[in-house]
Design a protein. Sequence first.
Length: 196
Amino acid sequence: MRILLSSLILLITASIGGITDKHSNTDASPKASRESIVVDDTKVFNQIRAEQRVRFQEYQEAVVLWNTQVEKNRIAAQQAEERRRSETLARQRAATPTTNVAQQPRSSSPCQYADLIRSIWQRDAEWAISIAYRESRCIPTARNASGASGLFQMMMPMHSGIFLAVCGHTDWTVPECNIKAAWSLYQGSGRSPWNL
């Protein structure tokens, strides 16, 4: 701003000096000379205004280009992160053994995942088996309208952070992952999340 003002002052001073030199050799009256100076000053100011408008327009165009590039970079980074997550989830699904009723040892529980629950839950496992049966009938893909999902009807997306922490993904349909997430929630909150 100071540079602009000092440039403006220099321009005005130079134009006034040039105008007074131009008018000093004429026989015109002082009033006519002053009017001439005012007209010349107005031209200088209008020229400066026009230059400022051009610079401001160039600045606005540069800001628009910058914002467009920033948005493109943000979208590209988001897409790359989504691809990375999808690839990680696909690798984890491929590495996670599928839980099949035929593969699990038989137990006296009506829940086909009872032995898996017992292997993950270090205490209160029988209660956990009864909760899984009550909540989902031990169906890993069970989901209700409130967002409760999986064997233990974990609230999604509210509990997605737990899934990410214990499984590295948020696929609540993977029985082992749902059991681990429920165990983690139980460790922090006890039985209260499943109270009726």
